[in-house]
Design a protein around this ligand. Sequence first.
Ligand SMILES: *Cc1c(COP(=O)(O)O)cnc(C)c1O
Length: 219
Amino acid sequence: MTERLTALNGRIAAASARAGHAAAVTLVAVSKKQPAEAVRAARAAGQTVFGENYAQEGIAKRAALADDALTWHHIGPIQSNKCADIAEHFDWAQGVDRERIVRRLGTARGTARPPLQVCVQVNASGEASKSGVAPDDAEALCEAVLAQPGLTLRGLMCIPARDDGERAFTAMRALFDRLRDRGLPLDTLSMGMSDDFETAIACGATMVRVGSALFGARD
Ligand SMILES: *Cc1c(COP(=O)(O)O)cnc(C)c1O
């Protein structure tokens, strides 16, 4: 695991240097469908940021690791009936794509603990079957996140269509910069997975979500 993590971090750093990024790109290690043992091995190798798609699976792993130094991102689509669990047990929610979910997460998180960190998911390739808000509606949804005291707006996230990576990543970076110019406090552009994270970094990603390239194939 140490070798694989070192190799992956090397590829991320090299892509980042080629792109001339000043700040380090954050790696979210996507541990969905991997056993808690795999998370423990990655943690022992130095990785502290993990991503899970399914609330129950993530909650179980977080409990199994019981390590306050870890940061857990919920990266999958969010159903209304999972908002309370996600708000209670995760540090970040990245698949936020409608107002109803924003309100529910905000209410469930409350203000007695640090806010839940939120990325708005954008349907960057315009696929009918995919989750994510239309690019033109991203600003309004970001404003809705800002209105919730229990949430902190961090940025945008996307999963482009397979054949649309570079175009979609470039369009996402332009949208991210435009929203920042309009005053939205965004510092995170989460895009790129095992097959395309170097392209995403070249286009301006600040965070990549990598699973199989680190942990191997999922069952
Ligand atoms: C599974 C998943 C990933 C990681 O995918 P890999 O191809 O294994 O790197 C990243 N982001 C999301 C939203 C995912 O569901």
